[in-house]
Design a protein around this ligand. Structure first.
Ligand SMILES: [Zn+2]
Length: 244
């Protein structure tokens, strides 16, 4: 029928194939695009590859083109695994960082949808919520608000520095801050970092209570209190996508 024919013409024709890149099998989606002028390869955020075949092109020629560019693909894949795309939505099966480890969000007992579990935690969510992220983040924030302040007070006592107020907040671009008035603000996402990284940030902010700058004297004090702080700084740099 004419209607069917038109539908077929406008719908892109995708053929699932695969190719090997540095010993790894990669999903290859082959698409014929009559408007494309040349063969195109594109790595998608999920790690699969799209190969576009132009008008008058062939799949065989397309595969040759992909093979010729296999090194470029390998480099793109490397880059993708070094900087994984941060998923905007959290769903059952999504892996999130929790106490420095990657944990999977799982449906509760018998796969019931109102109950999500991860890393020993259980969170109630509304059935109609497709994206679990807001509910899980609220839960993590509550945990952080309970856990972080006592730890700050412990370190403050240890170093005999007076802290006036502690708040656990939803900062977008920093892990913590310290005001001249003695208020320490911490990012709830510290619950997502390993313990040694969390402790480094707490110590860093506490040391600002006596040294409101990043002078060499400040760093000497930090190093004395937290000898492997550079490892923590490196971890934070590698996981900078936790903050926007
Ligand atoms: Zn600082």
């Amino acid at each position: 029928m004419l209607f069917d024919f038109i539908l077929k013409q406008t719908k892109p024709d995708v053929v699932k194939d695969s190719m090997v890149v540095r010993g790894r099998q990669i999903l290859l989606a082959v698409i014929h695009n009559h408007r494309a002028r040349r063969y195109l390869l594109r790595l998608r955020p999920d790690g699969s590859v799209r190969l576009t075949i132009p008008r008058r092109g062939s799949v065989i020629e397309g595969r040759r083109f992909a093979e010729r560019n296999v090194e470029w693909l390998a480099r793109q894949l490397e880059r993708l695994s070094a900087h994984p795309v941060k998923p905007k939505q959290w769903l059952v099966g999504t892996e999130i960082l929790f106490r420095g480890e990657s944990v999977k969000l799982e449906a509760g007992v018998n796969g019931e949808s109102g109950n999500i579990q991860f890393g020993g935690e259980a969170v109630k969510v509304n059935d109609h919520e497709a994206n679990l992220r807001p509910a899980i983040e609220r839960h993590l924030w509550r945990m952080a608000a309970k856990e972080l302040p006592p730890r700050v007070l412990e370190y403050a006592r240890l170093h005999q520095l007076p802290v006036r107020r502690i708040s656990v907040r939803n900062q977008k671009s920093r892990w913590g801050s310290c005001s001249r008035r003695g208020t320490i603000s911490l990012n709830w996402r510290l619950i997502q970092t390993p313990a040694f990284v969390r402790d480094y940030i707490l110590i860093h902010e506490i040391m600002h209570l006596q040294e409101m700058n990043h002078s060499s004297r400040f760093w000497r004090e930090v190093e004395r209190a937290c000898p492997d702080y550079e490892t923590a700084e490196r971890w934070l740099k590698q996981h900078s996508t936790l903050l926007k």
